[in-house]
Design a protein around this ligand. Sequence first.
Ligand SMILES: [Zn+2]
Length: 297
Amino acid sequence: MDIFFSLQRESLQRRNPERLQTWQNDTNARVMLVHDGQLSIAAEPHYRSLHALTAQQQSELILLGLYRGLPTFALRVEQAQFHGEEIAWGDLRQCAHLLDAETLSIAIQAKALCHWHQTHPFCARCGKPTVMKDAGYRRLCEHCQAEHFPRCDPAVIVGVQFNGQLLLGRQSGWPEKRYSVIAGFAEPGESLEQAVVREVMEETGIRVETVRYLQSQPWPYPSSLMLAFMAEAEHDEIELRDQELENARWVSRESLQSLMQAGEIKLPPRASIAYQIIRQWYEQEGADFAALIKSIW
Ligand SMILES: [Zn+2]
């Protein structure tokens, strides 16, 4: 994802009710709808006009920002129809390839925030109901004044290398033959680099010695932030320790190609950061990843 993004989140305006009202009244304002974990993204248009919202719906609008100058909101709706119109609801996993990168990013933002509001109606301190504040970026308990903020769970994902080979693993619940790089959530009090070392050791018994940050990607299942690393292993003996993986194996560039051609290994989806890590590893020595993918088809 490009670091320059056409959506201005306008975070400084979230506590400015006059500005928020002006944007809600804008005839070009639009809303991405979320219903039962799905979004209005399976077909165009991905947004609906804001007019004719009920007062209740207006109070539950989440400001996503100004997208190319257009006020853009998210709204969770109880009904599958919106003002009598059938909506083409879609799951983010299944529809990601239908969306351009910026629309996908907005959909992730909408889904993560709506999911957080849906699952946090009560105060974690006193148990009383909370209310939405700051255009959707805070919940307040008016009973005990506790503030609650949207979750963002950091997870590390790492391409572990040894003598030019890459470590791949597979979980039993994944699609058949799917392999990916190693991943897991960071824990409180732990640096991301320490999380890399721990996760790789827990899942595969491999000790890593160097850890290098690559890039990050929001991953809305439901609110993860994936932080990608490359690491060098000290050795190549695999020992599955925590049973999270049903198999782990080393692949070279040559063996990956033959395993993919034989249908023994399938890569994660193109939109995933895991796919990008595998691509970066493959291209390190000047190998042609696009040619590899073509050779599979
Ligand atoms: Zn409370």
